[in-house]
Design a protein around this ligand. Structure first.
Ligand SMILES: Cc1cc2nc3c(=O)[nH]c(=O)nc-3n(C[C@H](O)[C@H](O)[C@H](O)COP(=O)(O)O)c2cc1C
Length: 239
């Protein structure tokens, strides 16, 4: 895991909901970040003998939970699957991809299909309590969000919510990389079968994508193939 040790000392992630003491002494520098992003790859073969320690695992959970979303609505539910029997069952609906059973842990990211005015109301109440602001002063925001969502049909809302979910996936993957943890995002799954196994059917949530996390196997040949990306001129317009 080249250079992973020097990638770890980031500002400590706290489990507290109420972060009042923002630590700006982030020790990662720009080349550390680029190194981590070059180092990561969609891991195909995991080391079945290596498990993430509880603190690292919790940090990855925090990375998901701290993901930003439009209006802060967090239209998602995350599963952290460790249970080997369940993972064997999930693998049968994942193109038999070994990452599902062999990684230390498997995250499954599910989207909330629709956001209702009642959901917005509920979140405004929570926001008012977390940020210690009177609920009445959130009325304008609440009306604006309810107006915004009422302009979407079912399909548009699902697509919107799914876009938020992919922000969480990206945050999870980048967080894993900076911690020197391997990951493989997995869209090669059958969401409806995952829904059955995770008791999500008719729950208002639907499986979208999974992400295996753990440590690469020393024999994973994908670790050493050159990273293939378009060059900057193909994807970036500087104006
Ligand atoms: C949303 C998403 C879904 C993916 N699904 C799979 C998958 O099911 N199985 C797999 O082996 N790789 C999967 N990948 C990995 C991509 O193939 C990989 O990220 C891409 O080829 C770039 O390579 P790199 O991530 O190793 O740099 C997925 C990637 C993303 C972002």
């Amino acid at each position: 895991m080249p250079g992973a040790e020097k990638l770890i000392p980031l500002s400590p992630v706290t489990n507290s909901k109420f972060i009042t003491n923002i630590n700006q002494n982030i020790t990662m520098n720009t080349s550390d970040l680029t190194h981590a992003l070059q180092w990561r790859y969609a891991t195909k073969q995991f080391d079945t003998n290596r498990k993430l320690d509880p603190e690292t695992l919790q940090t990855l959970v925090d990375a998901l939970r701290l993901a930003p979303s439009s209006f802060g609505l967090q239209p998602w539910k995350f599963f952290l699957v460790e249970n080997p029997e369940l993972r064997t069952q999930l693998r049968a609906h994942s193109w038999n991809q070994t990452q599902v059973t062999d990684a230390s842990h498997l995250f499954v990211l599910a989207v909330k299909n629709a956001i209702t005015p009642a959901d917005v109301q509920e979140w405004m109440e929570e926001l008012s309590s977390i940020q210690n602001i009177p609920h009445e002063s959130l009325a304008g925001l609440q009306n604006m969000i309810v107006g915004f969502i009422s302009n979407m049909d079912e399909g548009q809302m699902l697509a919107w919510n799914m876009r938020q979910l992919y922000i969480a996936l990206g945050q999870l993957m980048t967080s894993a990389a900076v911690l020197g943890i391997d990951a493989c995002p997995l869209e090669g799954i059958i969401p409806a079968e995952y829904d059955k196994l995770l008791a999500l059917t008719d729950s208002g949530y639907s499986t979208v994508v999974a992400c295996a996390v753990g440590y690469r196997h020393a024999d994973d040949k994908y670790a050493t193939i050159p990273k293939a990306r378009k060059n900057e001129a193909q994807v970036l317009v500087r104006l």
